[in-house]
Design a protein around this ligand. Structure first.
Ligand SMILES: [Mg+2]
Length: 458
């Protein structure tokens, strides 16, 4: 497997403390149940917020995933007085905290419960915050031994026109970031996006592209990726083709200069090692799953980036995982840069691509309740899915219309299979086509809702 130079993270020369011996969970739980605990969960409150996006992300998110605005704050109170706070996006998360999880958590011991990934993102995060505060230790001490005192962060955006992508790269650089992750999509001009942004950025500013399998095959994808390889700023290609295509991904990994990353799990880690399928992983999810996968990656000598998506609290929680995961050396994707306000009192500062690991108890950050109150809304009964249609234009005059149809990835899903829309080509551009009230808009919209992307020849 190729070895490449990637961003280094600072190493904290911290003495390793012995971990507690593995306990028998049932014995332990019954023992603590018999004596007063400071960790009993006595109250859980939840509040939904609708967070505004910054202007450039808003233009892009409104096309495809406007529901990322909705976030739920979860506040847990323990019998000893500690208050823990977590958050989770309501419509994009590894797990949304359910009413049942909240009800069954009341009366439980927070330390006994917190490793249960069935809690969902918001409640699990709040428990790690509360237990850390009750014990006077940062959350990362509950996750493992600290190996880094800083961890790399990436800026993130969904696919956007070159002009917006460039301004976002510049904003990331201005705020101390050294990495920008975005999407590679057949409905934008990948050549223009790559060349314009790479040439405008210093060489040590890295651009990573997640294709979500839309390059389809190694044969079709390799020439495009090898062209992108010429720019030193281009650093990682994520899921270029279907992840299950072991030999195709292995061929790409061998052929290209930049790193190839896959979401952990498909192919199996065993096959990844056996066939040199990729250079590293995307790892996220609940604390138990995340740490298990992180340990496997570390054992396999594979690097990864943490992908925990939300606003500021999520990014803070991710920093704690970054502190204890020795293989988390690719920059983490948390997406909190999307929002006008990430709801933290003090924003997470990035210098030279790195953020400091919080050292105060719990998550070590404070929520700005005035922002929570400002954006508080009723929790929607279901995922808001406003009617919208995307117009894609090609240089030869073809036009493609794609309407939202109830599925979350209504434009991505058809692009992941051949024959549903034109492949990557130069000069292609896309924008939201507002409903002008015309019969034509309505007709195209209704047709595309049923049939998927509609291509109209000139
Ligand atoms: Mg991905």
């Amino acid at each position: 497997m190729k070895r490449r130079h990637f961003m280094q993270t600072g190493f904290a020369a911290l003495a390793a403390t012995a971990l507690p011996a593995v306990y028998n969970q049932s014995t332990y739980a019954s023992r603590i149940g018999k004596r007063p605990s400071e960790l009993k969960i006595i109250d859980i409150k939840r509040q939904t917020v609708r967070l505004p996006f910054r202007p450039a992300p808003q233009r892009a998110m409104d096309r495809e995933i406007p529901h990322w605005r909705y976030c739920e704050i979860v506040q847990v109170e323990l019998s000893g007085g500690a208050i823990g706070i977590g958050e989770g996006l309501l419509y994009y998360s590894w797990g949304v905290t359910s009413d049942e999880a909240v009800q069954s958590a009341i009366g439980s011991n927070a330390a006994d419960l917190m490793w249960n990934d069935d809690l969902g993102a918001g409640l699990q995060m709040a428990l790690f915050d509360a237990v850390g505060k009750a014990g006077g230790v940062p959350a990362h001490r509950l996750l493992g031994n600290q190996v880094y005192d800083t961890t790399p962060l990436s800026w993130w955006n969904i696919d956007m026109p070159t002009k917006d992508m460039l301004s976002e790269c510049q904003e990331a650089l201005r705020l101390g970031y050294k990495a920008y992750k975005t999407k590679g999509r057949p409905w934008f001009d990948l050549w223009d996006q790559t060349e314009t942004c790479a040439k405008a950025m210093p060489e040590d500013f890295k651009i990573d592209m997640d294709f979500n399998e839309t390059l389809l095959t190694a044969k079709q994808g390799i020439p495009i990726l090898k062209w992108m390889d010429q720019f030193p700023q281009v650093d990682i290609y994520e899921s270029p083709i279907p992840q299950s295509d072991i030999h195709g991904n292995a061929a790409i990994t061998k052929a290209v200069r930049a790193g190839v990353s896959l979401h952990y799990g498909t192919p199996s880690p065993k096959d990844v090692v056996k066939h040199d399928v990729c250079d590293g992983f995307v790892i996220g999810g609940g604390a138990t799953r995340l740490m298990r996968q992180a340990h496997v990656a570390e054992t396999m000598d594979m690097r990864f980036w943490l992908q925990l998506v939300g606003a500021g609290l999520t990014a803070a929680f991710s920093l704690h995982f970054g502190a204890v995961c020795s293989a988390a050396t690719w920059p983490a994707v948390n997406c909190h840069q999307l929002y006008v306000h990430d709801m933290l009192k003090e924003p997470i500062r990035v210098r030279n691509g790195l953020a400091a690991i919080p050292d105060k108890p719990g998550l070590g950050v404070e929520l700005d309740w005035s922002i929570v109150h400002r954006y508080a809304v009723e929790k929607p009964a279901e995922r808001p899915d406003p009617a919208r249609m995307i117009e894609t234009t090609y240089t030869d005059g073809r036009r493609m219309y794609t309407a939202n149809n109830g599925t979350v990835n209504f434009m991505l899903n058809p692009a992941r299979f051949p024959g549903n829309m034109p492949y990557f080509e130069k000069g292609v551009d896309s924008k939201l086509l507002p409903n002008d009230g015309s019969a034509r808009w309505k007709e195209l919209y209704e047709r595309s809702r049923k049939e998927g992307p509609i291509v109209i020849e000139p």
